[in-house]
Design a protein around this ligand. Structure first.
Ligand SMILES: NC(=O)c1ccc[n+]([C@@H]2O[C@H](COP(=O)([O-])OP(=O)(O)OC[C@H]3O[C@@H](n4cnc5c(N)ncnc54)[C@H](O)[C@@H]3O)[C@@H](O)[C@H]2O)c1
Length: 314
């Protein structure tokens, strides 16, 4: 089993700690805020109990928790670590400085991975002597409940660092998406961005309400998407498979998206409309409660997916 250093233990860092510790790894938590590791351990204890309650934890919660340790210095966190997962705030200057420190202090054998949502790995690793071992491992929130993780190399990241990270992450029950090279938005946010662009446009131009766009996903597309991707979906949507689908339906999509169309302005008047509709359904004071509800629904879905994969097949 490996030793993992979690650097920055806010929302994402603490969820990573659960993933690695439940896979049997030894996890050290460090944060510039000296109180953060202890606070993280308290949240982690609650989350482990919830996972166990939903049948999503093979090991006993206390055993998993015993592998996670709060430490007082970055040096102590990095001592003996073969994987470093950085989860500091989303600021390039901060990540540059932190990666320079990590590269100086971590064992040369350690992979240095950032959870960044949108900063390209080349941007924070360019000048580092050890830049071949730096990459992005971007989880989807909340990472202890959503398996996909994007592994994004900079042009100089070694194949060995990518492969070791993919193996570690797969072994921790995640599904790595291993990108061949970096691009803004990686894969997940590019797909989400394309969908959001159209959702904003449909509402902005008065074709559909905010609620109806949500229904189109949650009671429509997302039912299939929760167990297969868009390519498998279209492969099964025409009698002869994907080629048949393209022959039949490509023209619909070509006509739908003329190439000269401008971007929807997400922050324009449409935002007022979307926010009013959302706040009528959910007052801002209830956002945190609803996030906890989302996590319970995700746990129920995960438990179902595991059962269905076993009983019906992958
Ligand atoms: N929240 C999400 O939905 C989400 C999803 C995927 C990835 N991410 C990415 O994960 C990273 C962390 O996001 P978060 O939501 O956990 O933020 P957060 O604000 O909850 O936690 C950030 C933590 O980093 C600590 N910190 C600040 N400066 C530091 C430093 N120099 N060294 C070490 N720790 C430091 C803070 O004290 C805090 O505990 C960001 O890069 C973010 O883009 C976030």
């Amino acid at each position: 089993m490996a030793k993992i250093a979690i650097v920055g233990v806010g929302l994402i860092g603490r969820a990573w700690a659960i993933s690695f510790a439940r896979a049997g790894h030894d996890v050290a938590l460090w944060d510039v805020d000296a109180n953060a590791p202890a606070a993280a351990l308290t949240t982690i204890e609650t989350q482990l109990a919830e996972l166990a309650g939903n049948g999503l934890l093979e090991a006993a919660p206390a055993g998993v928790l015993s592998r996670i340790h709060a430490v007082e210095s970055l040096e102590a966190a990095l001592e003996g670590a073969t994987h470093v997962q950085e989860n500091s705030p989303e600021r390039l200057d901060l990540k540059r400085e932190l990666f320079a420190r990590l590269d100086r202090l971590a064992s040369p054998k350690a992979v240095l991975a950032s959870s960044t949502s949108a900063i390209l790995p080349s941007a924070f690793s360019e000048g580092l002597p050890g830049r071949a071992r730096a990459l992005v491992a971007h989880p989807i929130n909340p990472p202890h409940l959503i398996p996909a993780v994007e592994i994004v190399p900079a042009p100089w990241t070694s194949a060995d660092a990518v492969e070791r990270t993919a193996a570690l992450i797969r072994g921790a029950g995640h599904s790595p998406i291993v990108m061949a090279r970096e691009i803004d938005g990686f894969v997940v946010n590019r797909l989400q961005g394309a969908l959001l662009e159209e959702a904003f446009r449909l509402v902005a131009e008065g074709f559909a309400s905010v609620d109806d766009v949500d229904v189109a996903l949650k009671d429509g597309l997302a039912l299939r998407w929760s167990f297969m991707g868009p390519f498998e979906t279209i492969d099964l949507n025409a009698p002869e498979g994907v080629r048949d689908y393209v022959a039949r339906y490509q023209s619909i999509y070509v006509d739908m998206f003329p190439s000269d169309r401008g971007r929807a302005d997400w922050a324009g008047p449409v935002l007022e409309k979307i926010e009013t509709a959302r706040r009528a359904k959910l007052p801002a004071s209830q956002l945190a409660e609803r996030q906890a509800w989302r996590d319970r629904r995700l746990m129920a879905l995960l438990a179902h997916k595991r059962r269905a994969a076993r009983d019906v097949g992958e």
